[in-house]
Design a protein around this ligand. Structure first.
Ligand code: PLP
Length: 458
């Protein structure tokens, strides 16, 4: 049996999937017992499953479908490029028009001091590139001891060796004996989860200074870089207190280390600016990108590299011995260009800042009044609800951490909406094209989901 068409019943598709398909980050035993959800088509912010149900895609796929599903402009650009030049590499002094045009476009969108891009196929590969790039930079600058990269606990930078190591997910470190040597983790700016004994303002400064303390402890002459997501996505949409990034900025300006702003989720309009670091007013030396670059229509990632780092890498006459078969893939580049043109033409970044972002936030924050919710937070079009067992005692966690979140996620799906659960935080990150009506529907469905989850948990 081939499962390409939709003529097979859901159960048959699920059985075939269970027999041969190992899913990412999944408990395969329970997945196989329950059967996967089979998504067969999508349009705008709506998914359709194999039973014909319409589901609101509250996660924009996996934080990536900025322009919504089913945009024919992207399909047409991809088809045209496939017909013209489906593949050629960018090694050995060759290039092609889509890679050239995309690089020019990204240089225009990036902050003024960033004018160069190195391509790969995913966010994880982008961070592997970062790992080698920062160490090579300092080697070429003659500072060969500067090797340590500082990341944060509960940060996420992908699941390759370098990505897992730079990230601070302990469950990931436990598999494969990671992190690799030369990575140091500091605390995250997670006020609700770890800082409620202080005001958010004091906690923001306190936890930012962990960076300064780590640099002092390791020695500035040994620290190569600090990597962070402007807002931690996969860690649970950790929106830092307002005092956090200004204090980190002060520290970065005083210390001779590189700053890597992981823009894989926050880039391309998610926070209402082209890049999350611009939203927070911090100046990155390197920006890993992926996801929203193509709105997920094709896999593509990259690292936006500042002039300072480019100049350093060109010292000593050596190449940067790094690259991928698909670096700058012409069809992916064509998809990215068409996607960025839609984002620009439809003013989606500004829409997040001035229209749909504030509209959804106002309504989303009201869910914070629900009996099951300890905190509701949102910036741009990314938000979270912290589920708590006792609203009057918001530091108290569920005894079976993660179980209520998973339940709430499943209830949401039954009500026709994708919300993701990270521990007991419910996460949304919808497409940037979400209409006001769809935003109302999203909030109403979230409320219904909270009511039902609360009833079941009681
Ligand atoms: N960096 C961040 C901030 C991410 O959120 C992700 C994925 O969610 C990655 C890197 C890894 O990207 P990919 O899954 O494309 O390898």
């Amino acid at each position: 049996m081939t499962a390409h068409s939709n003529i097979y019943p859901t159960k048959a598709l699920q059985e075939l999937d269970a027999a041969h398909h190992w899913h990412p980050f999944s408990d395969m035993k329970s997945l196989n017992a329950e059967g996967s959800r089979v998504i067969t088509s999508a349009d705008g912010v709506w998914l359709t499953d194999s039973n014909g149900n319409k589901i609101l895609d509250g996660m924009a796929g996996l934080w990536c479908v900025q322009v919504g599903h089913g945009r024919s402009e992207i399909t047409e650009a991809v088809t045209k490029q496939m017909n013209e030049l489906a593949y050629y590499n960018t090694f050995f002094k060759t290039t092609h028009p889509p890679a050239i045009a995309l690089s020019e476009k990204l240089a225009k969108l990036a902050p003024d001091h960033i004018n160069t891009v190195f391509y790969c196929s995913s966010g994880s590969e982008a961070n592997d590139t970062v790992f080698r790039m920062v160490r090579t930079y300092w080697d070429k600058m003659g500072k060969r001891d500067k090797k340590v990269i500082i990341g944060r606990w509960n940060g996420y930078h992908g699941s390759t060796l370098a990505g897992t190591s730079l990230g601070g997910m302990k469950a990931m470190h436990a598999q494969g004996d990671l992190p690799v040597s030369g990575v140091h983790h500091i605390d995250q700016p997670y006020w609700f989860g770890e800082g409620q004994d202080m005001s958010p303002e004091n906690f923001g400064v306190h936890v930012a200074r962990k960076l300064e303390e780590a640099i002092d402890q390791i020695g500035e002459d040994k620290v190569a870089a600090f990597i962070a997501e402007p807002i931690q996505g996969a860690g649970g949409v950790i929106i830092p207190p307002e005092t956090y990034w200004p204090e980190v900025k002060r520290i970065l300006e005083e210390r001779d280390i590189l700053f890597v702003s992981d823009e894989v989720i926050c880039g391309f309009g998610r926070l209402g600016e082209w890049f999350g670091s611009s939203y927070y007013g911090v100046k990155p030396d390197l920006m890993p990108i992926a996801k929203g670059l193509t709105s997920g229509y094709l896999p593509m990632g990259g690292v936006l590299v500042s002039d300072r780092v480019v100049e350093g890498l060109m010292l000593a006459g050596d190449d940067f011995n790094h690259g991928y078969t698909y670096s700058g893939h012409p069809v992916c580049a064509a998809a990215a260009l068409a996607n960025l043109e839609i984002i620009e033409r439809d003013g989606l970044v500004d829409r997040v800042k001035t229209d749909i972002g504030p509209y959804l936030k106002e309504r989303w924050l009201k869910l914070g009044e629900h009996e099951l919710v300890g905190e509701a937070r949102m910036t741009g079009l990314v938000g979270a609800l912290e589920l708590v067992p006792d609203k009057k005692n918001p530091t108290k966690k569920f005894s079976d951490v993660g179980v209520p979140g998973t339940l709430c996620r499943d209830v949401s799906f039954e009500h026709g909406m994708v919300m993701r659960a990270v521990r007991d935080s419910m996460i949304i990150s919808p497409p940037l094209v979400l209409s006001h009506e769809e935003a109302d529907h999203l909030v109403a469905t979230a409320e219904k989901t909270l009511n039902d989850t609360y009833r079941i948990l009681k």
